[in-house]
Design a protein around this ligand. Structure first.
Ligand SMILES: NC(=O)c1ccc[n+]([C@@H]2O[C@H](COP(=O)([O-])OP(=O)(O)OC[C@H]3O[C@@H](n4cnc5c(N)ncnc54)[C@H](OP(=O)(O)O)[C@@H]3O)[C@@H](O)[C@H]2O)c1
Length: 265
């Protein structure tokens, strides 16, 4: 089996989108040895490579063949096909991982014997520096020594490291979609409702921040407020009357109201 290099294992980052950019910058900042970054777009590869003093390429055939770790931060649906292309180029015993919450690690298995997952559970944007030290990094590997190897790298970038298998990580991802994607969409609905009536989104910004703040150390169910949990049905009827012109919003409101009432009972 190919051995990891001694002190500073070499890492190649494939993909320079939101995840690839933020992860490679953090690895670099924490003294990890990111030797190369890949993007299909030459400009993006160069920009990121220069930012973290790493080699860069937009040609998959030119990726380093002997790195200790390859991290694929590409769209979920392309992880398997990119791994397949890489298998024609790099060392067959290479350790190849991806950063996806819901994609099983086994999409890499047909192409590499040593595979795993390096999934930081957070929402990333290329322009916003994340608070890495508290981000849960969820790891999985096909082999115990590779898992320990990934743990050392994860420990360098975050204080919160978890071992989750494919099934557990998939479930965590469902929860993450509710916690982030759906709540953010609900914020967007609030903005739409206000701005349609020429009212500023700033009216609810402090409320949104306080909602997230309150659950720092508390159970979200215990923090629930509003007409549904209080059972203020006349208020609910007034809201539904206002929403009657938008069937979708009315349905979302009704479903969430019903669900809050059910949780309360
Ligand atoms: N962003 C998040 O909040 C977040 C959080 C947790 C996990 N993840 C995971 O991180 C991974 C990347 O997500 P992202 O948010 O960084 O996406 P993104 O910003 O859209 O970037 C996707 C990257 O995938 C590359 N790509 C797309 N199709 C490709 C192909 N056919 N061959 C090679 N490269 C391809 C793009 O390459 P080019 O640079 O060549 O265009 C780009 O660098 C996904 O697995 C996602 O589930 C993301």
């Amino acid at each position: 089996m190919k051995k990891q290099s001694k002190n500073r294992p070499s890492i190649v980052l494939i993909g320079s989108g939101n995840m690839g950019t933020q992860l490679s910058k953090r690895l670099f900042q924490k003294g990890q040895n990111v030797v190369q970054v890949f993007s299909r777009k030459a400009e993006k590869a160069e920009k990121l490579g220069k930012a973290i003093k790493a080699d860069f390429t937009n040609d998959l055939k030119k990726i380093r063949v002997d790195a200790d770790l390859y991290i694929l931060a590409v769209h979920d649906d392309f992880i398997g096909s990119v791994a397949k292309k890489m298998s024609k180029i790099i060392h067959p015993n290479s350790l190849v991982t991806h950063t996806s919450g819901s994609t099983p690690s086994t999409v890499i298995e047909p192409h590499f014997k040593r595979f795993g997952v390096f999934y930081p559970l957070q929402t990333f944007n290329i322009h916003k520096k994340p608070a890495w030290s508290q981000i849960p990094v969820c790891l999985h590997a096909s082999d115990e020594s590779d898992l320990n190897f990934l743990k050392k790298i994860a420990n360098a970038i975050s204080q919160k490291v978890y071992f989750l298998n494919d099934e557990q990580r998939g479930i965590a991802h469902v929860a993450a979609v509710f916690a982030n994607n759906f709540s953010n969409h609900v914020f967007a609905i609030a903005q739409e409702i206000l701005e349609k009536e020429d009212l500023p989104f700033d009216l609810v910004r402090p409320l949104i921040l306080e909602t997230a703040n309150k659950i720092r150390n508390a159970n979200p169910n215990a923090m629930q407020t509003g007409p549904a949990v209080r059972g203020d049905d006349e208020t609910i009827q007034r809201h539904l009357e206002y929403l009657k012109k938008d069937k979708d919003l009315k349905a979302i409101y009704q479903l969430l109201t019903q669900h809050i009432k059910k949780e309360k009972s």
